[in-house]
Design a protein around this ligand. Structure first.
Ligand code: AMP
Ligand code: MG
Length: 884
């Protein structure tokens, strides 16, 4: 196969990159690229073909063949120049353009035989009497975009000269083998070392790579594309502007792209991949050939600066880089020590092609059309500078794994808006150039989060006591074989509350609850609130050091416990031991009646703390989140419309009091006259036993983390008899990301009417729940990602970038929560509180705060939020937050 006498030589660095990409999928045509030139007028085909043959045959690089040898890939220049040049006539077809396009796309999709060749194709297609398409396709191993343009320009010049009767004396560029040889010399040169140092120092201390998708790298795929034009009038303005500030058009367009990335991501240190020609010695290097490379260009953006400054700064960066553009881009990952799983230094690639301009073939006007559909890792901005008419064409090519068509369309729209803003007001500070339209901005900040319903103020105590008055004999709480009615639960809680008040417990104090899951635990919580204090759950199953730290930090006025826990509470003082004879005595003598306000050490208000839950830092230092009565009261008021729950409903208390999901489980029934089933710890650990309990107690409202529900789903699958006896009306997910598709087997067995499965996203700092999404089978089968729905009406959810600007629909940002659910803050941690509960710049009332969640999310066009994971190192294990 290898022709004898033909000299084999290695690939250039740029070719080697293409070769590796091709080896990933040898049968992929994605490394073909093509274009057709639309020529108007009467063309002399014979002459045209002669000129094309002469130009293509002179460039030896176009005639390479490549073969894998024991020493890696090698190339040679084939002597054979007898390639086919089809002339096709589609003029008589019903739709000549469509037929031509289909033919060209078919050719572009061919797998090129790199050993047999040729690696290119040229064809002339007649569309009508005086319209032709000249089609050219190259494999990237032999040519790049600039080389392609060189070929077409060369053909245009020579054809025109011949038509006018002039002869042309083509220059002989140096051969491709010499180009590659000089590259090998370069690799051992001082220049190479200097170039490497240039990129090292340019990228030092760089931040993460900048993408608009915010997603980790994905294998390069054939792309989705959005195409738009910048009108001739605006392009003319842009040219005037660029002449005024003395910056070339490609650099000006790169500056706009940099600004766009800054505006979307909020980052100030932007690194984009920029296509460089890689040709240092234009005089001697052949025009055709594969030299192109994508090199990182970094810009630090000052939002207070103007676009003039940014354009000059961009031009300066490019000027500094140009002498180093020979450096093989493939080496950069190695130089920066990047692991295969890590993204490139840059995310988005920008390619401005000013050379595909004005073409004429002996008086026939021509215009080029790009057909390529090459592989894209994330996103590529390709900008074509047309002269006639003088407009810019912009193609956004996105990896479909990262960008839906709608995402690309939106970016294109916003990019054009930004370009227009820059052209019209170049002196504006950069932060004032908008990518969103006024209505989009309003929609992102308000409309999607409109209803500001206000829930009337109350304490949990008052609402519970109202239920007691309404249905004293209804079952309130059940644990194993024991139950209490509302009246009984109330009087037991009252007796304990009076004892607590005697012990000087009151509002703004905390009482630790260190009790097993039991009816007593529910009584202790109610009693604490009735005394006016907030409860501090102490989960004795958590590591002893964590509990000790919480006790030290919170310094509760009292801890309620039983002798079973005495070991673990040694050193804690004071403790009210519920099973001590003296306590029992005291309780029997204590009043069973509601605590009048006058008895409390001070008046209890809705803004007083109801509980303090320690969150995060299971390994670091836990922080107490202080939540008021009103926060919980409004949570139920504001979500009432979604859940028609009432006296007939049976809820479980499945979660530890230390996990704020329990707040929802506890008060859900007790504020609405329902029944609370306390799930003993052992039962909560056994999916089979728990399933049996759900049937036995005919539970209607179940709250689960997705991981617990997975196990329950399995038990449900294995016990069809029990499964059929379930009485569930709602299953509410929370605490961690829900994989929607995992619910399909459940829907297959239970249908999607009853129970209704609901996903709720929430955070301790914003009082249990933030968002709501009722699921159904169709939704989980068609949805992409972990959808968490829309916010509770009295909250606002913002998806913001690093500059706290709203990001457009489809773009990831950090989720911020504002509104009535925000906790007071962290207990005794003013610094941390100020860091996480920040001023809300979008609130109507001054002084409002928003909570910075650390979660990444994006809006879908229908106003649903998609959860994308954490922005930091926090992980979740069975709903428990752990900060690494
Ligand atoms: P916590 O304060 O313990 O409730 O934890 C809050 C964190 O849990 C959030 O910041 C999210 O990272 C995660 N989380 C809670 N609910 C959901 C949900 N429905 N989907 C995805 N993540 C969730
Ligand atoms: Mg939570």
């Amino acid at each position: 196969m290898i022709p004898i006498r033909q000299e084999l030589f290695p690939l250039s660095a740029a070719q080697a990159g293409v070769w590796i990409a091709q080896q990933v999928d040898p049968q992929s045509p994605a490394l073909n690229f093509g274009e057709y030139i639309e020529i108007e007028g009467s063309l002399d085909f014979r002459l045209f073909e002669t000129v094309v043959r002469s130009v293509l045959n002179r460039a030896d690089v176009l005639h390479i063949r490549v073969i894998e040898t024991g020493d890696g890939p090698r190339q040679w220049i084939a002597a054979d120049r007898n390639w086919e040049f089809p002339h096709l006539d589609f003029a008589s077809m019903a739709n000549p353009h469509a037929a031509a396009e289909a033919w060209m796309r078919g050719d572009l999709a061919r797998v090129v035989d790199l050993v047999q060749g040729p690696l290119f194709c040229s064809a002339l297609i007649r569309i009508s009497l005086d319209r032709f398409y000249w089609y050219l396709r190259f494999h990237h191993l032999c040519n790049d975009g600039l080389g392609h343009a060189w070929v077409t320009e060369q053909v245009a010049t020579e054809y025109t000269a011949r038509v006018c009767g002039r002869s042309t004396i083509p220059g002989r560029p140096i051969g491709w083998a010499d180009v590659v040889a000089s590259e090998l010399t370069y690799r051992g040169s001082r220049q190479f070392v200097e170039d490497r140092e240039f990129f090292r120092s340019a990228m030092s201390g760089r931040s993460e790579s900048c993408t608009l998708s915010g997603l980790p790298p994905a294998p390069a795929r054939r792309h989705n594309r959005a195409t738009g034009h910048f009108s001739a009038a605006l392009t003319e303005e842009l040219r005037k502007f660029r002449r005024r500030c003395g910056v070339s058009l490609p650099r000006t367009l790169l500056a706009v792209s940099m600004l766009y990335h800054h505006r979307i991501t909020g980052l100030r240190d932007i690194i984009l991949g920029v296509a460089f020609s890689g040709r240092i010695d234009l005089q001697r290097q052949p025009g055709a050939g594969m030299y192109a490379r994508i090199l990182p260009v970094r810009l630090r953006i000052n939002p207070e600066g103007t676009f003039d400054e940014l354009a000059r700064q961009t031009a300066q960066s490019i000027r500094e880089l140009l002498p180093h553009q020979r450096y093989p881009a493939e080496r950069l990952r190695h130089d920066f020590g990047l692991m295969p799983s890590e993204p490139d230094v840059f995310g988005t690639v920008v390619n401005v092609m000013p050379f595909n301009g004005h073409l004429e073939f002996g008086g026939c006007k021509a215009r080029n059309h790009n057909l390529s559909n090459g592989p894209v890792r994330d996103l590529e901005f390709a900008i074509y500078d047309y002269r006639d008419p003088p407009e810019l064409r912009i193609d956004l090519d996105g990896n479909p794994a990262h960008y839906l068509q709608a995402d690309l369309d939106a970016h294109l729209r916003q990019f054009l808006r930004l370009m227009e803003s820059v052209v019209r007001s170049p002196a504006l500070p950069l932060w004032q150039h908008e990518v969103l339209s006024p209505s989009e901005r309003v929609e992102l900040l308000q409309d999607l989060t409109a209803d500001k319903s206000v829930v009337s103020r109350a304490t949990l105590v008052a609402l519970f006591e109202a239920q007691v008055a309404q249905s004293p004999d209804a079952k309130a709480v059940v644990c194993e074989s024991v139950f209490l009615t509302y009246a009984e639960l109330n009087s037991r809680a009252n007796r304990l509350a009076h004892v607590l008040i005697e012990l000087q417990i009151g509002p703004e104090q905390f009482v630790g609850i260190a009790l097993e899951r039991s009816i007593d635990m529910v009584v202790a919580v109610l009693a604490t609130l009735k005394a006016g204090a907030g409860y501090l759950p102490l989960d004795m199953d958590q590591p002893a050091t964590r509990v000790q730290r919480m006790l030290q930090d919170a310094n509760p006025a009292l801890v309620i416990s039983t002798s079973a826990m005495s070991d673990r509470l040694s050193g804690t003082d004071p403790v009210l031991w519920l099973d001590a004879a003296a306590t029992r005595d005291r309780l029997t003598r204590s009043s069973p009646l509601n605590v009048p306000d006058a008895d409390r050490t001070s008046r209890l208000c809705p803004d007083h703390p109801a509980y303090m839950i320690y969150t995060s830092g299971s390994t670091g230092s836990p922080k107490g989140v202080v939540v008021s009565h009103q926060n919980v009261v409004r949570l139920f008021g504001a979500t009432r419309a979604w859940f028609d729950v009432g006296p007939g409903d049976v809820w479980t208390l499945f979660h530890s009091l230390a996990f704020d999901f329990s707040v929802w489980e506890l008060w859900g029934p007790l504020l609405t006259g329902g029944q609370l089933v306390v799930v003993p710890w052992e039962v909560s650990r056994s999916p089979e036993e728990f399933l049996a309990l759900l049937v036995q107690c005919q539970v209607t409202v179940l709250n689960q983390t997705p991981s617990a529900f997975r196990e329950l789903m399995q038990a449900d699958f294995e016990n069809p008899v029990l499964s059929r006896q379930l009485a569930l009306r709602f299953v509410i997910f929370g605490g961690e990301a829900l994989e929607l598709a995992s619910l399909d087997p459940w829907y297959a067995r239970h249908g999607d009417r009853t129970p209704v499965l609901v996903n709720m996203y929430g955070i301790t700092e914003t009082t249990v729940h933030v968002s709501y999404l009722a699921l159904n089978r169709e939704l989980i089968q068609s949805a992409r990602g972990s959808l968490i729905g829309g916010n509770i009406p009295d909250l606002r959810t913002y998806v913001l970038n690093a500059a706290l600007q709203p990001v457009p629909i489809g773009v990831p940002g950090e989720l911020y929560i504002a509104g009535a659910g925000l906790a007071r803050g962290y207990w005794k941690r003013p610094g941390l509180t100020a860091e996480r509960f920040v001023a809300d710049p979008y609130a109507l009332e001054p002084g409002s705060r928003m909570y910075r969640t650390g979660d990444l999310a994006r809006w879908q066009a229908n106003g649903t939020l998609e959860f994308l994971g954490r922005a930091d190192q926090q992980v979740k294990i069975r709903g428990y937050r752990i900060e690494l």
